[in-house]
Design a protein around this ligand. Structure first.
Ligand code: 5AD
Ligand code: SF4
Length: 468
């Protein structure tokens, strides 16, 4: 565990003073930004801070890349295809930059924390003028000032893991918000790049988290998702405080209706946390619990520190304590050395648990991680076949899981709509994460609505609004 430290208030004030100076200098230019975010909720959350800083500088959001004066890609490096996609995206902006030389193209996020990738990107794309890693985003005002003065700026792979509090935020959703509780990860699963790019695990002070939630609920937010690579180990680096205590305290905040959290590591999901889920009214009955594999031998090689049996026992305990709980998971197929039998063990676990949904991945070697050096890599064709077998099984399980909901009436929070067919179809989630689609008016967006589930369509639940 590293010593937790904070970016000083003086430094934050200094950055904000630079932002305010730029705001005055750029006041007559009506500048627009476009931020594209890849990867996980951490990145979505970081983009909200980036947008907050850009707004403070005086930029406003652009509806598309073509009108933007500042384009930023917030990148992910968890799997390889993200890198290819990013390179394609940046390449395609060259013409735009030729037409508008004042355009600033910037790249940030986890991928920029990998020294060799950052170097390659700078060499290959001279039209990129700013790159920075996730742990220095508080320095965006200063970095942008340097770019505006004509300097190509790169601040990457810095080993500064101090926490920055009190930065501006720009959140889109008036009802639902992400709140960071930990940064980084100490687990070093052998396939995973995250501990190398996001640094060691650090918990925010509980008082900072609770006051952020309080100010969000005061502004009308009713659904909070607590974010961390492993939320269950929250507080291990604090004198007092644990994840269950945080849930108990957050649950008391007036105005809060739904308290979610992700991601849970099976090895750290304690009985206290199970109790906190069962006993706190606002804590949602959903756990995202990545299992990764159903084979003990593979779990060991992955350094996951739990067995299939322990995982199943945790699921069992949670179901006993919280009967309507739903689980989602992450699964990797084709980890080095995975035999056909071991893959079958993953299928049998998926069959046994009955996840509401699973995010499934073919193993992707990440340079610098132990698994990438393992000699028994699985051919792509085998990974692909296993992935489609797993997806077929999960689809069947999703339909089975959905079938339980036909006839159910419950409240959902509307989070999106689709009106391409001419009719507006809204969608939203029950508190336990089940998504339902139903016809309705767009003005129900971000509202809580009572819905009855009527039928299943492919992998989805279809319902109707009931008037209370
Ligand atoms: N290859 C494939 N999937 C991976 N994940 C993380 N690293 C890799 C990798 N190298 C998956 C895990 C994790 C999710 C966020 O991404 O399942 O839980
Ligand atoms: Fe990666 Fe494992 Fe940490 Fe999750 S717990 S971020 S998979 S190292």
């Amino acid at each position: 565990m590293i010593e937790r430290s904070y970016i000083s208030q003086e430094e934050i004030n200094r950055q904000m003073a630079v932002a305010d100076r730029l705001n005055t200098e750029l006041a007559d230019r009506c500048l627009l930004y476009y931020v594209e975010t890849f990867g996980c909720q951490m990145n979505v959350r970081d983009s909200e801070t980036i947008r907050g800083i850009l707004e403070r500088i005086g930029y406003h959001e652009s509806p598309d890349k073509e009108h933007a004066d500042f384009i930023l890609f917030n990148t992910c490096c968890v799997r390889e295809h993200a890198e290819k996609r990013l390179m394609g995206n940046i390449g395609s902006l060259k013409d735009l930059k030729d037409e508008k030389p004042s355009l600033i193209i910037a790249v940030c996020g986890c991928m920029m924390q990998q020294k060799d990738v950052a170097k390659r990107l700078l060499r290959r794309f001279p039209h990129v003028s700013l790159i920075f890693g996730p742990n220095v985003l508080f320095r965006l005002p200063e970095m942008l000032a340097s770019v505006l003065e004509g300097h190509r700026t790169a601040v990457t792979s810095e080993e500064n893991y101090a926490i920055a509090e009190g930065l501006p935020q720009f959140r889109d959703n008036p009802r639902s918000a992400f709140v960071n509780i930990t940064f980084g990860c100490n687990n070093f699963c052998t396939y995973c790049i995250v501990p190398y790019v996001r640094g060691p695990e650090r918990s925010r002070e509980m008082s900072d988290i609770l006051s952020e939630i309080e100010s969000l609920t005061l502004s009308g937010v009713t659904e909070i998702t607590l974010l961390g690579q492993n939320v269950n180990s929250y507080g291990k680096d604090l004198p007092e405080g644990s994840f269950s205590r945080l849930l108990n305290e957050a649950n008391k905040i007036p105005g809060l209706k739904r308290l979610r959290f992700m991601t849970s590591h099976p090895k750290d999901l304690s009985d206290d946390v199970i109790r906190a889920i069962a006993e706190n009214d606002q804590v949602c009955h959903h756990v995202h619990l990545p299992v990764q594999s159903g084979s003990n031998a593979i779990l060991k090689k992955m350094n996951r520190k739990y067995t299939r049996e322990q995982y199943l026992e945790t699921i069992c305990k949670l179901r006993k304590a919280v009967p309507d709980i739903e689980f989602t998971t992450d699964i990797i197929v084709g980890f080095p050395g995975e035999t056909e039998e071991q893959f079958q063990e993953t299928l049998s676990l998926v069959d046994e648990v009955g996840f509401a949904a699973a995010f499934t991945f073919a193993y992707s070697p990440r340079a610098g991680t132990p698994a990438a050096k393992m000699s028994d890599q699985i051919p792509e064709s085998v990974k692909k076949r296993r992935l489609s077998e797993l997806n077929a099984l999960q689809s069947k399980k999703t339909v089975e899981n959905n079938a339980k909901y036909v006839g159910v009436e419950d409240v959902l929070l509307v989070e999106g709509y689709d009106d391409r067919s001419g009719e507006t179809i809204l969608h939203g989630k029950f508190q336990n994460f089940k998504m339902v689609y139903f016809p309705g008016k767009k003005d129900l967006m971000n509202q809580y609505v009572l819905v009855r589930v009527l039928s299943l369509k492919n992998n989805s639940l279809i319902g109707e609004q009931i008037n209370e």
